[in-house]
Design a protein around this ligand. Structure first.
Ligand code: DAH
Length: 469
């Protein structure tokens, strides 16, 4: 029996499903239960220091802290800037495309690129500034890596939007790695890369050829929205437009944005790629869309985008423009473009992998050729949760996945929850996880796997107070 931990990707759960790969948000029930349920510590917190040193700054820890030393070790890896790395090639292709698509009168690129922003951001940057409701599932401790209650490792590059707009920018790209707690399989990794873009346009530019038209409805008061008053998601589902905008302004922006994004897709995947637009919801854009491409018999989400919520621009001091924004996941693009089968390969230093991308014409790269297929070893781990703890209420599978990553690193290819049941007499919950071990670069012996598996079991007992069955 294969149990799925994922819920259907309810539109309202979306920060963000697209840009992480095949990411669907995990269970939405955990947020509601987290406060009341007994809390189990994730691995890093069992011996949590009072302070953490991250990227040269010191942060106090608290009950929100859930970053692990393993996760912190990814900071500064900058795979998107590493020469000949497939993620760096994708970054360069996106940047080149935007440099070419938008030029000023002197022929210089209109967009500026920010690819070294500090991934440590505030809750305000990652969520509040983007009007993400305070009860939104994407804020959960089980979904993000918090340094403390106020700071976290950014969960999307959209977190930098408001500071850059406030700084006076109106056409920019942000590229960097983002951090999310999630399941373990060939398309999910707790650190992955995104590019986000913003383009703001004034009335004069947008309606150059129709000077009589307006960006804003005459009836709209122009009043600054109170940023503390974040509307519940359900109230803003109107896909046509935001109340402040005129339909003609929205339609023109939509047309320009879709034209550019289809252009980018064709630039990457070739002119014959099949694509479609799907209406969706993001708290920070309205209307919002996802772009899907047809790849290997499936429709695959590759990016999210939309017309920026005007309250966001107002907060950033911009009152006379309309904007579009989008976010795209680099691993997903690279996996499709180069046929890379496993997301762990992006972290490989194996020369057999990296050399395939070196010193070649980045617009004409061959598909990835598997280095080798090493055998898998599969071991199950079953345990009883403590009697007062339920699945998703006090115990989140993401806590277990982080522990496995901390102990076994990239030896683990996949974990699935294969069985769970409640004992009729004791009321205790039993879980069985199937762990598939496979190294990217060498054959693992069963003895070696057994040793690591034992360490995972011991760490589970220490950290979660479970009883191995
Ligand atoms: N931040 C979203 C995510 O992580 C993607 C996204 C959607 C970015 C729409 C945007 C946007 O800037 O306008 O999935």
């Amino acid at each position: 029996m294969q149990l799925s931990l994922r819920l259907p990707p309810a539109a309202l759960c979306r920060l963000a499903s697209v840009v992480g790969g095949s990411r669907t948000r995990s269970s939405s029930s955990a947020a509601a239960t987290e406060k009341s349920a007994p809390t189990l510590s994730p691995p890093a917190t069992s011996s949590q220091p009072a302070q953490l040193e991250v990227n040269g700054s010191t942060y106090a820890t608290d009950s929100w802290t859930n970053v692990t030393p393993k996760i912190l070790s990814y900071l500064g890896a900058n795979k998107h800037l590493q020469r000949d790395h497939p993620l760096s090639i994708i970054r360069q292709r996106i940047v080149d495309y935007f440099y070419g698509a938008y030029r000023n009168q002197r022929g210089n690129p209109l967009f500026s690129v920010y690819d070294k922003m500090n991934p440590v951001v505030t809750v305000q940057q990652n969520f509040d500034n983007l009007l993400i409701p305070s009860d939104h599932v994407s804020r959960q401790k089980s979904d993000c890596y918090y340094i403390n209650k106020h700071q976290l490792l950014r969960a999307h590059t959209t977190a930098h939007q408001v500071e850059l707009i406030s700084g006076g920018l109106d056409n920019f790209l942000v590229v960097g790695e983002v951090y999310r707690r999630d399941e373990i399989d060939s398309t999910h990794y707790p650190v992955f890369h995104q590019a986000d873009a913003v383009r703001l346009v004034t009335k004069d530019k947008l309606f150059e050829r129709n000077p009589g038209l307006e960006l804003f409805e005459e009836t709209w008061s122009g009043k600054l929205a109170d940023p503390r008053h974040i509307l519940p998601s359900a109230k803003i589902m109107d896909q046509t437009k935001q109340p402040c905008h005129t339909l003609e302004a929205v339609k023109l922006m939509e047309h320009e944005m879709k034209h550019v994004l289809v252009g980018l897709t064709k630039d990457l995947f070739g002119p014959r790629i099949k694509y479609r637009w799907v209406d969706t919801y993001f708290p920070f854009t309205q209307p919002s869309w996802e772009l899907e491409i047809y790849f290997k018999d499936n429709w695959l989400e590759v990016l999210g985008c939309g017309i920026m919520r005007h309250e966001i621009l107002q907060q950033a001091g911009v009152h006379q423009s309309i904007g579009y924004a989008f976010g795209v996941g680099l691993e997903r693009l690279a996996m499709v473009l180069f046929d890379i089968p496993d997301i762990r390969l992006f972290w490989s230093n194996d020369s057999g992998f990296l050399s395939q991308f070196s010193e070649k014409d980045i617009h004409n790269l061959p598909k990835y050729k598997a280095i080798s297929h090493y055998p898998q070893c599969t071991n199950d781990l079953s345990f009883w949760l403590p009697s007062d703890v339920e699945l998703d209420a006090g115990f989140s599978p993401n806590d277990f996945y982080d522990l496995v990553r901390s102990v076994a690193g990239d030896m683990v290819e996949q974990i699935s929850l294969v069985d769970k049941f409640k004992h009729p007499k004791t009321g205790k919950n039993s879980l069985c996880f199937r762990i598939v071990y496979r190294h990217m670069e060498r054959t693992l012996t069963q003895a070696e796997v057994n040793e690591v598996h034992k360490q995972i079991a011991a760490a589970s007992v220490d950290n979660f107070n479970v009883q191995i069955r």
